[in-house]
Design a protein around this ligand. Structure first.
Ligand code: PMP
Length: 388
């Protein structure tokens, strides 16, 4: 069956069962709560990990950028869309990643496409982690690079595959922090394998930016990322050496054929990066919040690392996952259910995103509601995590 048919059938089934959980009209109430129709719910699936949406300094910078430069650049980066603000953001990101240069885009999705326009080609195999984000896969497809998926986080599997590919050129593309599972890449092992094979290594740091420190010694060729997670804006970037940045500016479709990020988004991102650097307490509190949630849930849940603010809660079927999400909504808690094709078949889950501003009592309430549903459904967490 075609994927589109599977998606439509699932959509129809969830609507018929009254469990459709997507495209909800959510209005922001404050840093941690949203209004859904008449109900106020705790938002526990927002990428606003460091709780910077609504920060007055970021809003002020955005307003000033709109006053000074307007609401649009009036063009694409290559032609009329490169303002001093874009270059300043690029300089800041390059300094953060310790690269010579950086190229920004209007989204993280575009940044991956831009990166692959530089390193991909029909005769270059793209060795990607099996848990890679759709934007990485789409970027490989658009570049014409044949996709080879290696076992999640397995430097050994990657080594075997690179050896099997022999002289055929290849690149390796991983994420720093996997967005569906909340686990961290084994960057140094994978880096070593890629560098032994002479393959460029690209790291999508969309969920790591502001949350993790990039490793000190590495051979990473390019850091790709999004300015839409801990950095509460829109946009994406590729931080790399000057020569490849220049190539990207002349090869990447989203840079040449799609409008530049708007000045307000650029200013918001720039100011947010400064705030994140000045306020390490945000990251520390985020980590203690994650620890609190993990401890409150107790044994049997498959967690990876409390440095990661993403906590997946697995269920046995899509239908059970949708019901779990609904039962949480009824308890005043908003958590997004994720089903295939966003994750592998038989791996449905609720994806909790812990934020800095979550109060411990909110996280306790969330854990209690999850455990209550578990008891009602007699879910055996130990056997579920073994099938993970
Ligand atoms: N890479 C990863 C790993 C992501 O999770 C996402 C978005 N969720 C993107 C890239 C795309 O970022 P954006 O939403 O800014 O286009």
């Amino acid at each position: 069956m075609r994927l589109s048919q599977v998606v439509i059938e699932r959509l129809t089934a969830s609507r018929t069962a009254g469990l459709y959980p997507y495209n909800m009209p959510l209005e922001r109430v404050n840093r941690t709560h949203v209004r859904l129709n008449r109900d106020i719910l705790l938002m526990a699936s927002s990428y606003d990990y460091l709780s910077l949406i609504g920060d007055p300094r970021i809003e002020q910078a955005t307003i000033e950028a709109i006053r000074d430069h307007g609401t649009s650049t009036g063009g694409v980066r290559l032609l009329t869309g490169s303002t001093p603000a874009h270059r300043a953001l690029e300089a800041r990101l390059a300094a953060q990643y310790g690269t010579e240069d950086c190229v920004t885009f209007s989204s993280g999705y575009f940044a991956n496409i831009g990166a692959m326009a530089c390193w991909g080609a029909p005769n270059t195999l793209a060795h990607v982690d099996i848990l890679s984000h759709r934007s990485v896969l789409d970027a490989c497809t658009l570049a014409g690079s044949p996709i080879r998926r290696f076992r999640h986080n397995s430097a050994e599997d990657l080594r075997r595959r690179l050896a099997r590919a022999g002289d055929q050129s290849g690149i390796v593309f991983i994420e720093s922090l996997y967005s569906m599972d909340g686990d961290l890449a084994e960057i140094s092992d994978i880096d070593q394998v890629a560098s032994d094979a002479g393959a460029p290594l690209l790291v999508d740091d969309a969920h790591g930016l502001g949350i993790l420190d990039p490793p000190r010694d590495h051979h990473v060729t390019a850091w790709v990322g999004a300015l839409s997670k801990a950095v509460p804006s829109n946009g994406g970037f590729v931080a790399t050496d000057a020569e490849n940045a220049d190539r990207i500016r002349h090869l990447a479709g989203p840079y040449i054929f799609s409008a530049a990020a708007v000045p307000g988004a650029v200013a918001a991102a720039h100011t947010a990066l400064a705030v994140i650097a000045e306020e390490p307490w945000r990251r520390e509190r985020l980590r203690s919040n994650v620890r609190h949630l993990v401890v409150s849930l107790g044994h049997g849940f498959a967690f990876h690392d409390t440095r990661a603010p993403i906590v997946p809660v697995r269920y046995t079927s899509d239908e059970q996952t949708l019901r779990a999400a609904q039962s949480l909504r009824e308890a005043g808690l908003f958590v997004t259910p994720i089903v295939s094709p966003a994750v592998g078949p038989n791996q449905p889950r609720l994806r909790i995103c812990v934020n800095t501003a979550h109060r411990l009592e909110d996280l306790s309430r969330l854990a209690e509601a999850i455990l209550k549903f578990d008891r009602a459904e007699r879910i055996d967490r130990h056997s579920l995590s073994q099938t993970a």
